[in-house]
Design a binder for this molecule. Structure first.
Ligand code: MG
Ligand code: MG
Length: 252
């Protein structure tokens, strides 16, 4: 069942989503060569708790940490370890928070120091793809119009789209109906309505779309070893279109 949220509920989802955005803003300044992934995770947990919220991923289906940190060919769901970031890597950081029973969820992919032009383009394309999808989240459109917009933007550039993992409704649970794939034909699935809240999250690969999960049960990697990027926003569908609830407060 896809929920339509009241104004008050949207305000509460927005509050949690803003805490996630502020966490990612804070973390973005710490993404540097030499920092351990566990240090970033610890900082994120501290910050989220300082805002009166709880890390949404920690303990979710047994996930052990506050952040999912996915480096280079890791697509999503990387577990923070004592590994350090190195110059030239790209790192996807996914964060969720819950406050007053309402969830926010957002991800960004960052450059560590100087990265290749190919990886720069991958990151820019994935972020742009997210906005192409968000722009379709208007009342009266179909849920598959979102993925169709992402696919028709991304694939002509020679990139591929991960299909095993999808976006989702969000609100009183981290993951709710509907599923929001990042590909597909337009005009399918539910009709979007004012008051629905979604997490839209394209995962884009430089190589093929095939992925596999490591023995840790979480980390998803590309099969061919090419790098992957991930961006996600929590959005509300309003009368005149989408409103991003997890936007950065930093410039640019
Ligand atoms: Mg997420
Ligand atoms: Mg999500």
């Amino acid at each position: 069942m896809v929920r339509v949220r009241t104004e008050r509920e949207i305000d509460l989802i927005a509050e949690s989503a803003q805490i996630v955005a502020d966490t990612l803003d804070m973390i973005s300044e710490r993404v540097k060569s030499g920092v351990t992934l566990l240090k970033l995770d610890m900082l994120a947990e501290k910050f989220i708790r300082s805002q009166g919220a709880i890390p949404a991923f920690k303990g979710y289906m047994g996930f052990p940490a506050t952040l999912c940190i996915s480096v280079n060919d890791e697509v999503v769901h990387g577990i923070p370890s004592n590994n350090v970031l190195n110059d030239g890597q790209i790192v996807g950081i996914d964060c969720g928070a819950v406050k007053n029973g309402y969830y926010g969820d957002s991800a960004r992919t960052f450059a560590v120091g100087n990265i290749s032009n190919k990886d720069k383009d991958l990151i820019e394309t994935t972020q742009e793809a997210l906005y192409h999808g968000i722009n379709k989240a208007v009342p009266g459109n179909y849920v598959s119009d979102i993925g169709h917009a992402i696919q028709t933007f991304v694939e002509p550039k020679g990139y591929s789209i991960v299909r095993e993992l999808v976006g989702h409704g969000i609100g009183t649970n981290l993951h709710e109906d509907p599923q929001v794939p990042n590909y597909g034909d337009p005009g399918m699935g539910i009709v979007l309505k004012e008051g629905m809240c979604l997490a839209i999250e394209p995962m884009i690969n430089r190589g093929g779309r095939e992925v596999y999960t490591l023995d840790d049960g979480w980390t998803v990697k590309t099969k061919d070893g090419y790098n992957s990027a991930h961006f996600e926003h929590t959005i509300a569908i309003r009368k005149h279109g989408p409103v991003v609830l997890s936007g950065s407060r930093l410039n640019g």
